[in-house]
Design a protein around this ligand. Sequence first.
Ligand code: PSV
Ligand code: MN
Ligand code: MN
Length: 395
Amino acid sequence: MTISPSQTAATVTAREALAAQTIELPSWAFGNSGTRFKVFGQPGVPRDPFEKLADAAQVHAYTGVAPRVSLHIPWDLVEDFAALRKHAEDLGISIGAINSNVFQDDEYMLGSLCNPDPKVRRKAVDAHLRCLEVMNETGSRDLKIWLADGLNYPGQDDLRGRQDRLAEGLAEIYAALAPHQRIILEYKFFEPSFYATDIPDWGTSLLHCMALGEQAMVVLDTGHHAPGTNIEFIVAQLLRVGRLGAFDFNSRFYADDDLMVGAADPFQLFRIMHEIVTAGALRPDSGVNFMLDQCHNIEPKIPAQIRSVMNVQEATAKALLVDRDALAAAQQDGEVLGANAVLMDAYNTDVRQLLADLRTEQGLDPDPMAAYAASGYGDRIAADRVGGAQAGWGA
Ligand code: PSV
Ligand code: MN
Ligand code: MN
């Protein structure tokens, strides 16, 4: 289905909303990554955080909607964060969420904030306080916390005691937030632990956020649920209570695959964006940070990020085209098939021309993938950069 003239008004409204949408890119998407079997190095990958920002700026240059980059500390540790911030600004972008990494050091084998050893918990809290210092230097609003804490065996540690330690550690970090800053707390149902994870689900994250206060919000990573989970229900529920702080968008076929968002299940992405639009949460002031959390193991990284941003835009455009009056009427009348048809009509609309027109209006090339390919940037970095860094582990 293509857009008919009768849809013109909706199309204009959709274009305005799409023009205001922003998507945050992960610095680690630009480094080499892989599985535990093999990391395939790619030519031209960034050698340091400055080069990661330069590559991210390319994604923004061709899409116009990706002006922020999340950093991961210590993967992106630099001596002078003010210089990194200035570098971002010179490139026309800014530094977004700061991700704490308390899973790489040997001391964290039995956990970080939940560790039975108070010395390790101290180290983990201090790592977060260091992240807050970085945020003050970079101008970041969000401290994103994902913990690898958990257990492999029943009885290994006290499930409830770990929750108490977690609450205590989070409270100390929360107390150090500036008034405009937030903790965004991510959950994941398994991995690296296989019996129990200390923040396995949105309910646990939400309970901790509610205990902390209004500056604590939940992060929903689309790859962090059991297969078959109705993710849009979680989105609706968190929006209802005003606690959806951010997305980590990616796709999964099996586990936490971190593939390009919209690649495995574009219909799910549409359903998620439908809940966002319905709740008015697309507006930049809604507090929902639309971030990508992806690794590009075998595909070139900059084009993969451009494609991912476009996939989010396409799902968003379709969600904006849902005929909400018709949907409400059909729902009210109990028209099961009619209501479903309204949603499917929007999903089956080809929005690629609408987005191309929007880009032209914004002075961008209507085809970001082709424009980037023609720019020669990929060849230049391949020639200029030798010895690129790994995305995370060992970076
Ligand atoms: C954990 O699986 C996670 O989703 C967290 O967001 C980390 O910061 C990120 O992956 C690292 O790739
Ligand atoms: Mn994530
Ligand atoms: Mn993940």
